[in-house]
Design a protein around this ligand. Sequence first.
Ligand code: COA
Length: 330
Amino acid sequence: MKILSKARISAIGSYVPNKILSNHDLEQIVGTNDEWIVQRTGIQERRIAEDGEFTSDLCVKAARDLESRFHGDLEDVDMIIVCTFTPDYCTPSVSAMVQKELNISHCGTLDVNAACAGFTYGLHLANALISSGLHRKVLVIAAETMSKIIDYTDRTTCVLFGDGAGAVLVEYDQVHPSFISAHLGTEGKDGANLYCTNLSPEMDGMELASTGFLVQNGREVYKWAVNTIPAGVASLMQGSGLCIDEVNWFVPHSSNLRMISAISEKCEVPLERMLNSLVNYGNTSSATIPLALDQGVLDGMIRAGDKVLIYGFGGGLTHCGLLLDWGIGY
Ligand SMILES: CC(C)(COP(=O)(O)OP(=O)(O)OC[C@H]1O[C@@H](n2cnc3c(N)ncnc32)[C@H](O)[C@@H]1OP(=O)(O)O)[C@@H](O)C(=O)NCCC(=O)NCCS
C-alpha cells in the first residue's frame, strides 16, 4: 500500500561488539567447518557480546555513534522505539533503559518484538506516529544479543547468528518524506518453525523445547522466506507506482546468502544492487538491515533521494517491507 508520510530518516549509526567469532573458531567448539558454513550461508564471522554486555548497552552505543556522526541532537526525541527479541529483562524495557542512559527527559519508550522483521516494523510505526501529528522526532534502534539465546552445541543454529545494533533518527519533514509504500504480514500458524520459549512451552498443541535457546526448522523457514518475500516485494512495488528497476538498493534481512540470491532472482533485482551485513556479522536478527544500510552510507553508496527497498522477515513468522526515499543528506 502507498502510505502517507510526513517523516524523514535523518541520521544513522551502528555498533557491533569487539569480540569476533570466526568459522574457524566454531570448528573448535562444534562439529562444523568453514567450507560448509560459507557454502550454505555465506557467513565468515560474527560479533559476540561480552558476558556482561547486553542489548541495552549495544543500543546506547549505536545511538551515540549516530549522535556523534550526524551531530544529531537527541535531547528533543519524543519517542524511543527499540526493536529486539533479546531484551535485557522482561521489564524494564530496553527502550526505558536507553532513555535513562541517554538522559532524554520528555520521551515515551516502547519495545517492539517482531524478531528479524523488528526494524522494518519499528520504522513503520515511527512514520505513523510522526505523520499522524502525534510525535515529532523518533529514535528507532534495532539491537540483538543473539549469543545469549544460542545453544553453541546445536550446529544447525549456532553458526548462523551474531550480535549487533543499528539506530536511525526519524523526524517530521513534509518536504522530503522518506516513506513511499509498505507491505507486511504474519504467518502465525507457522511460528513453531522458529522460536525461543520462556514461560509457555506449548504452541497449538505442539510441545516446544523449553530450553530458553533459539530453535528453528531451517528448511521450513527457508522455503517460507523465498516464497513470501518476493510476493511481498511485488505488492509493495505495485502500491508505490514505481517499478523495480527504479529501486537503487534492495536490502533484505541478512539471513543467508543463498536465500538472498534466491530472493534476488525471483524479484529480478541483480545482486550488485543488494546490500547485506551477513558476511562479517552473521544474522543479527532485527539489526541486519540497519547495519547494512549504515555500511552503505559509510561507503558512499546510498545517497539522498535513492529509492531503497528494505524487507525484514523471521520469527513469528513475521515480515514487513518498506520502500524508502532515502532521507539522509537532504
Ligand atoms: C540452516 C541451513 C543453512 C541448513 O542448510 P540445509 O541445506 O537446509 O542443510 P540441512 O539442515 O538439510 O543439513 C544438511 C546436512 O548438513 C548437516 N549440518 C547442519 N548444520 C551443519 C553445520 N553447521 N556444519 C556442518 N554440517 C551441518 C546436517 O546435519 C545434515 O547432515 P546429514 O545430511 O548427514 O543429515 C538452511 O536451512 C537455512 O539457511 N535455513 C534458513 C535459516 C534462517 O536463515 N533462519 C533465520 C531466518 S530469520
